[in-house]
Design a binder for this molecule. Sequence first.
Ligand code: 0GY
Length: 297
Amino acid sequence: MERFAADPGWLAYDPSPSRPTFALPPGTVDAHCHVFGPGDVFPFAPERKYTPCDAGREELFALRDHLGVDRNVVVQATCHGADNSAMLDALRHSEGRARGVATVRPDVSDSALAEMHEAGVRGVRFNFVRRLVDPKPDAYYRALVERVAALGWHVVVYFEAAELEQRWELFTSLPTEVVVDHMGRPDVTKDVDGPEFAPFLRLMAEHENVWSKVTCPERISASGPPGYDDVVPFARRVVESFPDRVLWGTDWPHPNLTGHMPDDGALVDFVPRVATTDDRRERLLVSNPSRLYWGTP
Ligand code: 0GY
């Protein structure tokens, strides 16, 4: 049994987050969260770029219940590479209350894909963030998309804002739904109406299969906690412009943060500031993720 030590200076998730003031509507989905190990059961991948603290499914489900979340979408984290075992184990122990997004390589077998589908995987994640992975040429991703599209899965893409132009052709030609992590990581010190954020808004406006997670204010913000005020106009703009193609999530257990660890209760209280009507909140939290991950209206 291998034991892993988290990277020096690794910030662990908050073990006792506040209870949110905002009451999440019934059926709320946390559409972006991860499990890490535990490493002695589900070893971290040899090619990983970071070693986190353990954060397993039991802790995730406890957080879910504490916050008033109903269901989770567990997104494969890069520290587990293409070994999806920890994520799949979480899905299988969720009593139908979790779906997954996997990382797969071209050598994945059809039977492994079918097994993942059976466990609740509904998407594959392509990560282009260089501090997390070594990105591949477009052709690599195109070949994989053909395989997973046949299962009705969608594609989740994670990239830094500067990468959008370079991968535009790839992102806009994918035949599936495409979900962008964390609004494409905008520079929120710039104007929401400025030229920096415009390409991302154009991507969504021109391509009706593109969705966005309005997640990670704690990661994107320059002004910081508790309110992450500088992220509000960006997230609100996306929610109001594309109300049927937005998702929300906690990003628990918050890998690779260096400045501070967010209070997950405060992340819930961020929601009504960016989705300002009951109708917008219902779509963001309940009906959009239900449609995409559970196939229900
Ligand atoms: C996130 C963000 C990060 C990490 C990962 O898979 C990952 O390791 O996505 C990050 O470091 O920005 O969405 O969890």
